[in-house]
Design a protein around this ligand. Structure first.
Ligand code: COI
Length: 359
């Protein structure tokens, strides 16, 4: 159990007045959680302090070699005022897997969850009140050693910041257009595709920019070896409903094991759908579209929730999905996930964790 010292801000910021204009990850709460790691001492000095910039030496390791990992979570306000989290244990475990791959000392699961609950509790007044808005939580850890040698650092910082946010896409729940990337790759076997490390996202920005210039919301990545099989989208996993069955890439090293992804798979199976986690060739997706069998495509992610896709373009060929509207299974998943998260539906799966008022 962490002994978290709390220092409250003497200058609380004004909270956003119009929650419909929050956007994603643009404004931040009054406080942040910080903890340090020193080799030989372990993680120490857990604290909640006023939100403020870090002072970093220009030779700090993370600025040069990107030894960094992060997570994405949300806190939701229910109608009765309860503040709750969604499957925080899954994020804690995934952060440990990311930490292992990036040689960052793991944060014990119970400490991670305690830290998330503490910062959300201290800043609970920042959790939005309106439907669809939530407090986006961004835990991250980075190498804070000073020096230019390429090796695992001996000092790290673990920090959690929080941002009252609305929908990730400007489109909200409206279907998005996705560009199937055929040139750049995101991951390859043996690399870091299964982790949430900043480097994965840095390497994806160029393709994302090019896709955006052409009016696409994001890029769909193909496998890095044959550029044949669908993997994931920039900020979410992706699922395809073809002829009644749901297909998604297996999380076998190159694909991020999304918490929303696994929750949607569990729900789909509960509802009697066959879900196939494995290799799905982009050529087969396009053929299904031509045959009128590509019924629904949707992304899943903490930030994106369940996000319908209305169009894919691959090598100049366009696949239009359904009638450009959100499909029934996508809608049911969205309603069920957000229903549980915002407390409108009972938590039949044991996924919801309330944040008690302690501080
Ligand atoms: C999330 O869904 O929480 C993510 O971390 C995706 C992010 C890159 C916006």
């Amino acid at each position: 159990m962490l002994d978290i010292k709390i220092t409250r801000t003497a200058a609380p910021k004004a909270k956003p007045e119009d929650e419909s204009k929050l956007g994603f990850g643009k404004i931040f709460t009054d406080h942040m959680f910080v903890m340090n790691y020193t080799a030989g001492q372990g993680w120490h000095d857990a604290r909640i302090v006023p939100y403020a910039p870090f002072q970093l030496d220009p030779a700090t390791a993370v600025l040069h070699y990107a030894q960094e990992i992060f997570e994405g979570m949300k806190a939701y306000r229910t109608a009765d005022g309860t503040i709750q989290l969604f499957r925080p244990d899954c994020n804690a475990k995934r952060m440990q897997d990311s930490a292992d791959r990036l040689c960052i000392p793991p944060i014990p699961e119970e400490d991670y969850i305690q830290a998330v609950k503490a910062i959300v509790d201290v800043d609970r007044d920042w959790v939005p009140h309106s439907d669809g808005a939530s407090l986006y939580i961004r835990p991250f850890a980075f190498a804070s050693d000073v020096g230019l040698g390429v090796h695992a650092a001996k000092e790290y910082i673990f920090c959690i910041i929080c941002s009252p946010s609305g929908a990730y896409y400007a489109e909200g729940i409206n279907p998005v257009r996705i560009y199937v990337e055929d040139d750049y790759i995101r991951a390859a076997p043996g690399l870091t595709g299964f982790t949430k490390c900043g480097g994965n996202y840095a390497a994806s920005i160029k393709a994302g920019e090019l896709a955006e210039e052409q009016g696409y919301a994001q890029v769909l990545w193909l496998d890095g070896v044959e550029k044949k099989y669908v993997e994931e989208v920039g900020s979410m996993n992706i699922m395809f409903k073809i002829d009644g069955k749901v297909y998604t890439a297996a999380t076998v090293g190159t694909v991020l094991p999304g918490v929303t992804r696994r929750s949607c798979i569990e729900l789909l199976k509960d509802w009697g759908y066959e879900v196939i986690e494995g290799k799905l060739a982009i050529a087969d997706v396009m053929a299904a579209a031509r045959a009128g069998k590509l019924e629904e495509v949707f992304g899943t992610g903490t930030a994106a929730v369940v996000s319908p896709v209305k169009e894919l373009v691959w090598k100049g060929e366009h696949a239009y999905i359904g009638d450009g509207q959100i499909g029934p299974v996508t809608q049911k998943l969205y309603d069920t996930m957000t229903g549980m998260q915002w407390g409108r539906l009972p938590d039949t799966k044991g996924w919801i964790v309330p944040v008690e008022k302690v501080y």
